[in-house]
Design a protein around this ligand. Structure first.
Ligand code: PGA
Length: 298
């Protein structure tokens, strides 16, 4: 895992949007996994700005959302389809047929969930999965106790999640009890994961995700098993991390690598003070934010 600590929520949003935009520029036909909730809103705002002011094109992008409430139609103002349309899709040049949000009104969930998995596979798999984390450590709606190998399925929401999401409804009793959600196993198959967390209320979930044991009681901790995860935090969300200074040290080294200052890292020099070559890229490849590289703090 690579952990990046930004000074505030806005900086998290800008950096996350830049990572998504870089992904799209590198591969215009990217398949993105998208999340709802308060956390990614700033990221979506910035992506819309990039579309409008910088011409970032989503015309060949395909998207798959993580989850949807059972019982809500796409036009229900609290449905995740509605959220995605209003906050992102309606402002992009994306082909509506390429945007997928699980169906909250499916008649046969068993076959519907299998189909959703199949569509992801048919699209070539998810290149970059955006994730938030719940206070109970869930990713998507994989509540504590979810199998770490789980696939898209129905899930019963915990009372903590119902309480957290009541703010978007007229009251807690209005929040649907069930959701259809990608599984932890589905998420782990994405090529890259980008987990965002902001605010002090997420600090404990972030600590458990990054530094706790891998456990189905904190499904986000399963990301420790993934080969390429970037965890992007603001200061308050990082507040309980024990190794925070080390993560910052990793970022300093990463910056030196990115700017080619290899000698500052001891690359191309020997312990007796001599040097090899001109200090050019002997340290291996580096491809920027969370992309594959020899050194990326994971
Ligand atoms: P939030 O939700 O972004 O609204 O905090 C995150 C989550 O529950 O996964």
């Amino acid at each position: 895992m690579r952990v990046i600590i930004e000074r505030d929520a806005d900086a998290v949003s800008l950096r996350a949007a830049r990572i998504v935009a870089d992904q799209i520029r590198r591969k215009p036909s990217s398949v993105l996994g998208l999340a709802t909730g308060g956390t990614p809103l700033g990221t979506y705002r910035e992506l819309v700005r990039m579309r409008q002011e910088e011409g970032l094109s989503f015309s060949r992008v395909t998207t798959f959302n993580l989850d949807e409430y059972v019982g809500l139609s796409p036009s229900h103002p609290q449905s995740y389809r509605y959220f995605m349309q209003r906050n992102l899709f309606d402002h992009l040049d994306i082909d509506p047929m390429r945007t997928h949000v699980p169906d909250g009104l499916a008649a046969d969930y068993e076959s519907y969930c299998r189909q959703y998995e199949q569509r992801i596979e048919d699209a070539g798999g998810i290149d970059l999965q955006l994730l938030g984390v719940g206070r109970d450590g869930h990713i998507a709606f994989n509540e504590p106790g979810s199998s770490l190998g789980s696939r898209t399925r129905l899930k019963t929401l915990t009372s903590e999640t119902l309480g957290d999401n009541a703010r978007f409804f007229a009251g807690q009793e209005q929040v649907p009890r069930l959701a259809v959600t990608m599984g932890v196993g589905t998420i782990l198959e994405s090529r890259r994961c980008l987990l965002l967390a902001v605010g002090e209320s997420k600090a404990e979930a972030v600590r458990a995700t990054v530094e706790g044991p891998v456990t189905s009681q904190v499904t986000a901790s399963a990301l420790q098993l993934h080969r390429e995860v970037l965890v992007l935090l603001d200061e308050p969300a990082a507040g309980r991390l024990q190794r925070r200074e080390y993560y910052q040290e990793v970022e300093r080294a990463q910056t030196l690598l990115e700017t080619g200052q290899l000698r500052a890292l001891g690359i191309g020099t020997t312990l007796d003070g001599g040097s090899h070559g001109d200090g050019s890229r002997t340290g291996g490849s580096h491809n920027g934010d969370g992309a594959s590289s020899t050194h990326r703090g994971d």
